[in-house]
Write a protein that binds this ligand. Structure first.
Ligand code: ATP
Length: 296
């Protein structure tokens, strides 16, 4: 019997690992358009996150040699700060997320986490340190509990509930007749976009990463949904370094710092108020977006 269960246990853990990496890849779908051929350096060490400081130091990058996307971008995110990347569509915001994960290598400069170049550490340790809240959370045809617990194998019910509470989705789950055992996904209960996103936030919180990358939804949600997601994200970000890829500006006014990208460069940075007062690029983007939202 032992002879049979041992290999089954082993297969089970391999299966879980593959499954986990597939979820991570699935969640990265919006950020990762194309698999890159990146491998660990021989003898690469595990990333040691002590504080969670992130730095892009003079980064140059393009997907194709003849079309540079980032032309010497420096962004410093002190540990525990919450910064937002904004800029016109195509300015390279999601690209910065991909470089942080080392899905591509920079062509010049460096991406550093707590002073360690992402090219010098193992990808497994790098990916374990960064949690992503994607625009669209992939739900599996299984229970809500299972869907949240994807964030970490072996999580207890109490830990799952704590994550769900922080993600502001616990009360909703409790209100369902079958609670955490409710089946969701294609063949189960259809969750709204906002509910799905909060399940995604709970999943990421369970992983408990020191660094969070938020890929904000491109489309406007209704005001109540947006407010509950903003609450959930604010809770999720407590005590962590947070980088938000903001496709719209209305949600990031509270960021510690907003970094404005354009034509491959950082053209402005500061708080929402300071940038509005400066009446520069951000002010222009903000006014235009307000007008669009009013018209809609
Ligand atoms: P948005 O706000 O519209 O999502 P963004 O600022 O996040 O835009 P990126 O997704 O970083 O922009 O893309 C920057 C540029 O790089 C775009 O011109 C895009 O077409 C190009 N690009 C993105 N992914 C690839 C890829 N895999 N291969 C080639 N070019 C790419």
């Amino acid at each position: 019997m032992i002879q049979i269960t041992m290999p089954l246990n082993f297969l089970g853990s391999v299966y879980r690992e593959i499954r986990q990496s597939l979820v991570d890849m699935g969640e990265m779908f919006n950020l990762l358009d194309q698999p890159a051929e990146i491998s660990d350096k021989p003898g690469a060490k595990a990333l040691e996150v002590r504080k969670g400081e992130v730095e892009l130091r003079n980064v140059a990058f393009g997907y194709e040699a003849e079309r540079p996307i980032l032309k010497g971008v420096s962004v410093h995110v002190p540990a525990g700060q919450n910064i937002a990347l904004v800029g016109p569509s195509g300015s390279g915001k999601s690209t910065i997320g991909r470089l942080l994960f080392r899905f591509y290598d920079v062509q010049d400069g460096a991406v550093l986490i707590d002073g360690q170049d992402v090219r010098d550490v193992t990808q497994t340790s790098l990916h374990a340190s960064i949690g992503v809240v994607p625009q669209d959370t992939v739900l599996f045809n299984d229970t809500i509990r299972y869907n949240i617990a994807y964030g970490r194998d072996g999580a207890s019910q109490a830990e799952i509930e704590e994550a769900a509470r922080s993600a502001q989705i616990h009360d909703f789950i409790q209100s369902l007749p079958e609670g955490y055992d409710t089946m969701v996904g294609e063949r189960g209960l259809k969750l709204s976009g906002g509910e799905k996103q909060r399940v995604g936030i709970a999943r990421t919180l369970l992983k408990n990463p020191p660094i969070l990358l938020l890929d904000e939804a491109t489309s406007a949600l209704d005001t109540d949904t947006e407010a509950s997601i903003q609450d959930a994200l604010a809770r999720a970000g407590e005590g962590r370094t947070v980088i938000t890829i903001a496709h719209r500006l209305s949600t990031i006014a509270d960021a510690d710092r907003i970094v404005v990208l354009q034509d491959g460069h950082v053209v402005e940075e500061g708080t929402h108020e300071a940038l509005l007062a400066a009446k520069g690029r951000y002010h222009h983007l903000w006014t235009r977006q307000q007008a669009e939202e009013d018209a809609a």
